[in-house]
Design a protein around this ligand. Structure first.
Ligand SMILES: *Cc1c(COP(=O)(O)O)cnc(C)c1O
Length: 398
């Protein structure tokens, strides 16, 4: 007998969702392998010395990334706050307890203006939670070496660098150069690589601390990973007696992300790639010959080994805009949630990285049905990704 893949949703009357948008916090980030779920569940049955568990995690992180050390945090966003705080306080517990009231003599963080993005909340907020001041370098679309050099005075605790599709992709100082300049001024470099598959390259380019999300491509429980210099990792970890308390990660999160890291190191990357490619080809096929629709396979903008299907919509010929088609797909049961972050440019994308068995076919059928009849969507409100994220919170329980 075939089991109902939606039994969990149905029992709680939750909306059935097929996620082809990527790794989205608002959709529950990722799904975990059985080994990860087992590790999480097993940890819930035991007491454990949390420092011992974090020591084991540090070993796994070191193996995964090549870093000297690492620790697990509640999320990448928490990791940003703790890493910055660690660079401000070092290993002085009195300084840790003084944050955020008294940020101390090293109380500012430099960031290229084009890197001040939002991942659901502004990255600037995660930095400022420490009490540090954020010092933008350059302008949104242009930062030069001399501007970074001018910003690096004796008050700077860290130079912060974001790798993401959400930052400006031209006119920025490349990481290796950024690190060279910061190090020449004795300033450590923190890289936010929350959503990047490359677990060794940023340290190789000079990062002192790198932050990853545990629940994105790694498929762990909600968590973050800090990897890098042992002294700075220790200082970040020490923040658990201060601002880190409310960002605490539990034993189940640590155990789960350790299992996720192990499973990542053992994965068959070529088979995953081939499976994703097969889904893209299936969808490409389903969209052949539809008026006003032109689909193409596009590479990930930050070089992750991940392609997506971009569906370009000629509104006149197709009878609806890309935003309206995205909204139409989200109206289905199960809802097909596409990647609509650039929808005002006339396209949406389909990300195959979070597909569960059987879902690629459902998506193909949904695409063929919805995109064949734009005028049928005339009554649907277009999703507005700019305001949509905030509206979701505002409308909750309203
Ligand atoms: C997702 C993301 C974060 C936040 O990660 P969480 O683990 O969800 O807190 C931070 N920075 C970037 C660039 C991200 O993409």
């Amino acid at each position: 007998m075939k089991t109902n893949p939606w039994a969990w949703h149905d029992a709680q009357e939750l909306r059935r969702i097929i996620n082809v948008s990527g790794t989205m916090t608002s959709l529950g980030a990722s799904v975990s392998a059985p080994s990860v779920r087992a590790a999480t569940s097993e940890a819930m049955a035991h007491f454990v010395d949390m420092h011992d568990l974090q020591t084991e995690a540090s070993r796994v992180i070191a193996r995964l990334t090549g870093a000297e050390a690492g620790c697990i945090t509640a999320s990448a966003s928490a990791g940003i706050s703790l890493a910055v705080a660690g660079c401000m306080t070092g290993l002085a517990p009195g300084r840790v307890e003084a944050l955020p009231r008294d940020p101390g003599p090293r109380n500012s963080v430099v960031v290229q203006a084009g890197h001040l993005c939002s991942y659901g909340a502004p990255v600037e907020t995660a930095i400022r939670l420490t009490g540090a001041d954020v010092r933008p370098v350059g302008t949104a679309t242009l930062a030069a070496d001399y501007q970074l050099e001018a910003a690096l005075d004796e008050t700077v605790a860290a130079a912060f660098y974001v790798v993401s599709h959400q930052v400006v992709h031209y006119g920025q100082i490349p990481l290796a150069r950024f690190a060279e300049i910061a190090h020449a001024h004795g300033v450590p470099v923190i890289v936010d690589a929350a959503s990047e598959y490359d677990l060794t390259g940023f340290l190789g380019q000079g990062a002192d601390l790198v932050i990853y999300s545990g629940h994105k491509f790694l498929g762990g429980p909600t968590s973050g990973i800090i990897a890098g210099r042992r002294d700075l990792v220790r200082a970040a970890y020490l923040q658990n007696i201060g601002i880190g308390r409310g960002m605490k990660v539990g034993k189940e999160g640590i155990a789960g992300v350790m299992a996720a890291m192990e499973s990542w190191m053992a994965r068959d990357a070529a088979a995953i790639r081939a499976r994703e490619r097969a889904a893209l080809d299936l969808w490409l096929d389903a969209l052949q010959g539809l008026a006003g629709i032109r689909a193409e396979i596009v590479a990930d903008p930050t070089g992750n080994p991940l392609d997506r299907l971009q569906v370009n919509v000629d509104e006149r010929a197709a009878g609806a805009s890309a935003a309206r088609f995205a909204a139409g797909l989200a109206r289905l049961d199960p809802a097909v949630i596409v990647r609509d972050i650039e929808v005002e440019l006339g396209y949406f994308q389909l990300d195959p990285c979070n597909l569960l068995p059987g879902q690629a076919e459902t998506v193909a059928q949904s695409l063929a049905a919805v995109l064949a009849d734009g005028p049928a969507l005339a009554q649907i409100d277009e999703a507005d990704p700019r305001n949509g994220a905030v509206a979701g919170y505002l409308n909750w329980l309203a």
